[in-house]
Design a binder for this molecule. Structure first.
Ligand SMILES: [Zn+2]
Length: 202
């Protein structure tokens, strides 16, 4: 299905009508746009103004078999997931909240890694850093593979990198992972913290 958007250019006030697909292929072109946060950028044909949109859709990588439901507003989650319901279900299915999270999943899945393990590793790092620098520290961690494979830490406006430790990854895969892949899931920091605390309380 195609979603049609009407919008007005903020610079020249041209009325624009743009079409987006509910299911958007994660091909080379779209992955490149995801990297520059331009997947939903519309260029005004009259004045070349770039307009960034956010909209709900499912990003589908047919080759590596994963689907990312991009949910801008949490209340629309079920609606977005339903866009995929007539599709072959034999996919890893994740819910992501923005292009950054979608990009991270593409890095993980295209490297044939397990995102459950990556999120647990990130949570272990994050919990350690919050202990060290205070629990109110503004802190984000992302897995990347460009330009090199590592974890990027964004903390108080500075960015750092942590090496990706393959031994640690293998250990997490062995110790934690037994997940069913039936439904779309949010595999993020909150998920990882839940898994880690179940482990502590077991
Ligand atoms: Zn314009």
């Amino acid at each position: 299905m195609i979603q049609e958007f009407k919008l007005t250019c903020g610079r020249c006030e041209e009325e624009l009508s743009v079409n987006f697909y509910d299911l958007l292929p994660l091909d080379k072109t779209n992955k490149k746009l995801l990297k520059t946060n331009d997947l939903f950028t519309v260029v005004c044909p009259k004045c070349q103004n770039k307009i960034k949109l956010n909209y709900d859709c499912v990003l589908v990588d047919e080759k590596n078999k994963y689907a990312l439901a991009l949910v801008v507003e949490d209340e629309d989650k079920e609606k977005v997931i339903s866009l995929f319901e007539n599709h072959d279900q034999n996919y890893r299915k994740r819910i992501v909240k923005n292009q950054q999270e979608a990009l991270e999943k593409t890095f993980i899945f295209d490297s044939h890694l397990n995102d459950y393990a990556i999120e647990i590793m990130k949570a272990v790092h994050k919990i350690g850093l919050l202990k060290e620098f205070g629990s109110d520290t503004d802190l984000k961690i992302y897995y990347t593979r460009e330009p090199i494979v590592c974890f990027v830490i964004l903390m108080n406006g500075e960015s750092y990198s942590l090496p990706f430790e393959k031994d640690f990854y293998d250990q997490v895969v062995r110790d934690y992972l037994n997940e069913d892949e039936t439904n779309f899931k949010e595999v993020d920091y909150d998920w990882a913290v839940r898994i880690l605390s179940e482990e502590v309380n077991a």
